[in-house]
Design a protein around this ligand. Structure first.
Ligand code: FO1
Length: 460
């Protein structure tokens, strides 16, 4: 295993076959928007030291991104501003390029005579297209470093995995060599010229083509420091209740890290490593690592190997077959996307889940499954259900537009990574959930009144 200064070389792969050139080293930050515990930044820094070149960070801001509304840019920009400050304090300037990344990045590489580019890793096809175009045009070397997963996605498996049980042995086999602490961010390479003024985030916000009707959320503080704070309090006060209470949305027993993980404001590896070194009981550690490591990396695996991850067509064949066999079944209720969006169904529990999405940008993991399955039950077709669930999740959930979100919808509506269950109307053999099932697990009326109270407060 070739570990060079604490960085396992298997974390990086080449996106073109050109050599490193003489010129500044660029970390093209996209998914992992943080200073600490960032393999892509550490790899770029080591390269800069080797080549005796300055290191710069570039963020390419697209005019729009899969329909992301103001809520997400507000959260992301506050996190990026914090990362910019941390980088500046380490002598590393950060530049934001506004426009289509397929054009702005190649243009930057040319103009600045860049020596080599290091990008982080996202399996989303839009981001992969940006990098494919930029790497093809770049006259210099282009590396991709998976700073998001503990085991680099392309190493975990060479193909789409069927379920957690098939990827788990592969991830477990590599866990020992990849679930490590991070090398200290030693004094970063020679400070570059920090003459550039700080990024004007407010001006950038005004340039975006984004829907301002989905307002910023108030209940969660963005950024790397707040993410770490959230993690520390979860580890100190809550993780011991995780296994027993994680499916109870009233219990507040989940980490609340998913928006921070989505924007890369905290490292999953850092969280998993600290958890495994802590005194937490084995059952709680196993349950937490299953979600944070196995399930999350299974989601990246799905999106990486299945380009139809965001559509009904990407679903397993058995699931599409059974859902289509029941596509004509009678539906007791049918709602339009607007009725779903405005939480105007007959089901108070479902409406409460939708209200939590709209008002807080968060929905409890167990409730997201119930929420998506009822969209299947009350939509005219399974294809429509899939699209409505993805649209609402991406529009309101802070962790939307994320592999975890696409896989969550595909699991709930399309049996992805699940198995066939006993056949029933509309669902076919897709696993069924209902309100009485929820009532067996938690106090439904308490959840409903909590969410209604939240929506009252934020409405006025
Ligand atoms: N990443 C970028 O590199 N540029 C963007 O303009 C950008 C916008 C954006 C908006 C909403 C959102 O949820 C994520 C966004 N990302 C952006 C983050 C990044 O692309 C993430 O890697 C993926 O969303 C998740 O893999």
């Amino acid at each position: 295993m070739n570990v060079d200064q604490g960085i396992d070389q298997r974390r990086a792969r080449r996106l073109n076959l050109r050599q490193d050139q003489k010129g500044p080293v660029i970390y093209w930050m996209s998914r992992d928007q943080r200073f600490q515990n960032n393999w892509a930044l550490l790899f770029a820094c080591r390269k800069a030291r080797q080549l005796q070149q300055p290191l710069e960070v570039v963020f390419t801001l697209a005019p729009s991104f899969l329909g992301a509304p103001l809520r997400h840019y507000d959260f992301m920009f506050k996190g990026l501003a914090e990362a910019e400050t941390s980088l500046r304090n380490a002598g590393i300037p950060m530049t934001v390029l506004f426009g289509n990344p397929e054009e702005t990045m190649p243009d930057f590489v040319q103009k600045r005579r860049v020596g080599l580019v290091v990008s982080d890793f996202s399996p989303l096809k839009l981001v992969r297209q940006w990098k494919r175009a930029a790497a093809a045009e770049a006259p210099c070397a282009f590396y991709e470093v998976d700073a998001h997963n503990i085991v680099p996605c392309w190493l975990a498996s060479p193909k789409q995995e069927y379920a957690a049980r098939t990827i788990r042995p592969r991830l477990d086999a590599l866990r020992r060599s990849f679930l490590t602490p991070f090398p200290e961010p030693v004094a970063f390479c020679q400070p570059a010229s920090l003459s550039a003024p700080p990024v004007n985030w407010d001006e950038l916000l005004s340039l975006l083509d984004t829907d301002h009707s989905v307002r910023p959320v108030s209940g969660i503080t963005p950024g790397e420091a707040a993410a770490e704070q959230r993690w520390r309090s979860f580890l100190a006060e809550t993780i011991e209740r995780y296994d027993d209470y994680r499916n109870d949305p009233n219990a507040g027993a989940v980490s609340g890290l998913s928006p921070y993980l989505h924007f890369g404001q905290i490292s999953a590896q850092h969280v998993a490593f600290e958890a495994s070194q802590s005194l937490v009981s084995q059952s709680n550690l196993n349950a937490f690592i299953e979600e944070l490591f196995i399930r999350r990396e299974l989601s990246d695996n799905y999106c990486f190997y299945n380009e139809q991850y965001d559509t009904f067509d990407g679903l397993p064949a058995w699931a599409k077959t059974t859902l289509m066999e029941h596509a004509e079944d009678h539906r007791d209720y049918i709602y339009t996307p607007e009725q779903f969006e405005k939480a105007q169904t007959h089901d108070l529990l479902w409406n409460a889940a939708q209200l939590s999405l709209v008002e807080t940008g968060l929905i409890h993991g167990y409730m997201r499954m119930y929420w998506a399955k009822k969209i299947l039950e009350w939509s005219p077709t399974p294809m429509a259900a899939f699209d409505i669930a993805v649209m609402l999740n991406d529009r309101y959930a802070l962790d939307g537009r994320d592999p975890n979100g696409y896989v969550g919808v595909a699991w709930s509506i399309g049996g992805l990574h699940d198995r066939p269950w006993s056949e029933r109307p509309v669902y076919g053999k897709i696993r069924y959930m209902n309100a009485s099932g929820c009532a067996r697990k938690f106090d439904v009326s308490r959840y409903i009144s909590t969410m209604n109270r939240i929506s009252q407060t934020t409405l006025f």
